[in-house]
Design a protein around this ligand. Structure first.
Ligand SMILES: Cc1ncc(C[n+]2csc(CCOP(=O)(O)OP(=O)(O)O)c2C)c(N)n1
Ligand SMILES: [Mg+2]
Length: 722
């Protein structure tokens, strides 16, 4: 049991039941008032919550950001009213009025818990499975931070991560990814409670969920406590004590519960899951529970029992004292610890960055941006010990490791995670790490598999987390892996996620700028889209770093500053645009080249800047080896697709030459590949080119010993080769 927690309140069963019923009735009343919501889960898990929150959880309602608090994650986020009731009753800044405004716009009690909206909500949950995966990240961060900062006689990092989860979370594949990793990494301070009520939305789960969950978790290497009666406080308490026994296995406590417990007609039915009980059933529940109080009425004596303010303050004060002792013995470490948990960058970071970028600006060798990213990591890692890298089993391809990276194992800390082939798990675990604090996580996979991780990226964006996603093997130059590995729509679809900064840098300098922007960003995640093939350095010196940081800028001006056409390009197509500028000049057309590595950062600039980069009335052409649609916003609406022979691009594209792209070779043969590029004409005559391909001469390719790839109507490029 944690120090500072008053155990006297965990007294008689009748008191415990009363406290649990306070949670139940607040949930029932709030859902009735909102005329929508999920009463069943809070009613079913109230007894477990009462045991955990009054007897074990180390927290201080007055300071929800206390670094050494236990983390509590409600992975079955539809039961949000349980969490709001707990936060309200224990003394967080969540007044009763907010509970009365459950599910209303701008209330602190949204339908599903939202981090950053409600004090004490550790993570946004609702998309099932992600809460438990976030919790794995939190427990991992705690373990690593303890390893890094605790010293003999000084334990300043020592907290647990508790999770509530339901059948839904366990059905989600993500729970497998994350819980399997938690077992391997020995996260002994992670304790999950399974709400084993046998019900999900469609009814009794026997028809769709018959796993042997305890054995499943034992196979992951978890400690499993089976068959706990989730309505028997003593049984739950006994399970808790077992779970707290030291060890390096995470714990799953399997609690048999009844959804909607206490509701005479609806208990045990999926009808209690996601709709108000109705006034008659709510009244009958009151009677059945012996709850003599009106809606939202909690007697003062009961409130007093719930209040965790005094115990929380004592627990935090004790920790502050320990931190002060630590600071007197290890002043530098203590200062670093404070900086890290506050998420601040080190002093002098921007000056160091300026020097680093000045060096990068002199680089003139062609380099793949994935390699440029590794060079950036190499430069940043000594400046930022909080960088916690990793890859979903593609380290050698993503180039996410660096010279001083050290693999994390169950036995030892480090700064690099082999997430295994678990893209979604990686994203959600990274989010948990970012939420915990103390680390800036980054993780890599192929861009084409960002789809697997997508909802994790979305939640990182919603929660404004500093998670950095390294997506390599972008577009042309991918290799011969074929359409399954060709990210055609990914840049566009990632840009659609609000608050996700998507960078597609064109060379080493832009890659360095995007990395700096990602680590400096305090209000959201970043995706870095990086090439496998070398890209030419675009020169321009250190001033270009400042321009690139604006998301879009004039890379090469038209003669006399009066462009007939503006070529907008990103990433691997910037070099192509630069070549096109020369070709156009030969034909008497003055072209300006705009590099736009990050459209959202460019969009955030002021209107004058936009006009200075994209002057009104001048035709624009956008060039990106991907689906063309998003570029209409820059080049106009009345576009139509205009096929372009791929060979022209292939013949010009440095990548193709560098990587001996077989299809490129095929294209160059007369009558060979009939692959096309597409372009869009805009309302001002603007056009947009995007990599596109129609069918290839399959027979011809086979003869050339090249595996046939299917090309549908979707635009796809023809890059192949090693
Ligand atoms: C990823 C995801 N898919 C679907 C849903 C919609 N949904 C919300 S709750 C739920 C059923 C969950 O069952 P369980 O966890 O057993 O909750 P209980 O009914 O027991 O409270 C579903 C399908 C969701 N929130 N997230
Ligand atoms: Mg269930």
């Amino acid at each position: 049991m944690h120090e500072g927690i008053d155990t006297a309140t965990a007294a008689r069963p009748a008191d415990r039941r009363m406290r649990a019923n306070a949670l139940r009735m607040l949930a029932v009343d709030a859902v009735e008032q909102a005329k929508s919501g999920h009463p069943g889960m809070p009613m079913g898990m109230a007894d477990i919550a009462e045991v955990l929150w009054t007897g074990y959880l180390k927290h201080n309602p007055a300071d929800p950001r206390w670094p050494d608090r236990d983390r509590f994650v409600l992975s079955n986020g539809h039961g949000s009213m349980l969490l709001y009731a707990l936060l309200h009753l224990t003394g967080y800044d969540l007044p009763l009025d907010e509970l009365k405004r459950f599910r209303q716009l701008h209330s602190k009690t949204p339908g599903h818990p939202e981090h950053g909206v409600t004090p004490g909500v550790e993570t946004t949950t609702g998309p099932l499975g992600q809460g438990i995966a976030n919790a794995v990240g939190m427990a991992l961060a705690e373990k690593l931070l303890a390893d890094e900062f605790n010293r003999p006689g000084h334990t300043i990092v020592d907290h647990r991560t508790f999770v509530f989860l339901g059948d839904g979370c366990l059905m989600e594949g993500l729970s497998h990814e994350a819980c399997s990793l938690a077992g391997t990494l020995g996260l002994g301070k992670l304790i999950a409670f399974w709400d084993d009520n046998g019900i999900s939305i469609d009814g009794h789960v026997q028809g769709w969920f018959t796993d042997d969950t305890p054995r499943r978790f034992e196979a992951y290497g978890w400690r499993v406590i089976r068959d706990v009666d989730g309505h028997d406080a003593e049984a739950i308490d006994a399970a808790m004590r077992q779970a707290l026994a030291p060890g390096n296995r995470p714990t799953l406590i399997c609690c048999k519960t009844v959804i909607g417990w206490g509701a005479p007609k609806l208990a045990g039915s999926h009808d209690a899951h996601g709709a108000p009980l109705g006034s008659d059933e709510a009244a009958a529940t009151r009677a059945a529970l012996g709850w003599r109080f009106g809606a939202f009425d909690i007697p003062a004596a009961l409130r007093q029992q719930w209040d965790a303010g005094a115990a929380g303050a004592i627990a935090q004060q004790r920790w502050e004292r320990r931190l002060a002792e630590y600071a007197s013995e290890h002043p530098a470490l203590a200062a670093e610890f404070r900086r890290r948990v506050a998420g601040e960058l080190p002093q002098g970071f921007s000056e160091n960055c300026r020097r680093w970028l000045a060096g990068v600006a002199t680089a003139s060798n062609p380099v793949a941006t994935r390699k440029a990213s590794q060079l950036a990591i190499e430069a940043l890692a000594p400046l930022l010990p909080e960088l916690l890298g990793g890859s979903a089993d593609l380290t050698g391809s993503n180039l996410t490791n660096w010279k001083a990276s050290r693999t994390v194992t169950a036995e030892q800390g480090g700064n690099y995670l082999h997430y295994g082939v678990r893209e979604f798990g990686m994203a959600a675990v990274m989010n948990g790490i970012a939420l915990h604090g103390g680390y800036v996580p980054f993780g890599g996979t192929f861009l084409v598999f960002s789809d697997y991780a997508r909802n994790g990226l979305r939640l990182a964006a919603l929660m404004r987390l500093r998670s950095i996603f390294v997506f390599t093997h972008d577009s042309i130059g991918l290799g011969e892996d074929g359409p399954t590995h060709q990210p055609v729509e990914h840049a566009a679809s990632l840009r659609l996620i609000p608050n996700l900064a998507v960078w597609r840098p064109c060379d080493q300098l832009e890659t360095a700028v995007s990395w700096r922007s990602a680590v400096e960003r305090r209000d959201g995640p970043t995706a870095l889209l990086l090439t496998r093939q070398n890209l030419a350095a675009q020169g321009g010196g250190a001033e270009r770093a400042a321009l690139a940081a604006r998301g879009g800028y004039v890379l090469a001006e038209a003669p006399g500053g009066r462009p007939d056409v503006v070529l907008i390009a990103t990433g691997s197509e910037v070099a192509l645009a630069m070549e096109a500028k020369e070709t156009l000049a030969e034909r008497g057309l003055a072209a300006r080249v705009v590099s736009m590595p990050c459209t959202s950062v460019f969009d955030a600039q002021d209107a004058d800047y936009h006009r200075s980069v994209l002057p009104q009335g001048v035709r624009c052409v956008a060039i990106e080896a991907a689906v063309p649609d998003p570029w209409r916003k820059y080049v106009g609406l009345e576009g139509r697709h205009r096929p372009r022979p791929l060979r022209r691009i292939c013949a010009r594209h440095g990548a193709v030459r560098a990587f001996r792209i077989h299809r490129g070779a095929c294209c160059r043969r007369r009558g060979g590949c009939r692959g096309k590029f597409q372009s869009i004409g805009g309302n001002n005559g603007a056009r947009l080119d995007a990599a596109a391909a129609r069918s290839c001469g399959g027979e011809r390719l086979r003869r050339a010993g090249i595996q046939r790839q299917q090309h549908g109507a979707d635009p796809r490029h023809h890059a192949g080769g090693r």
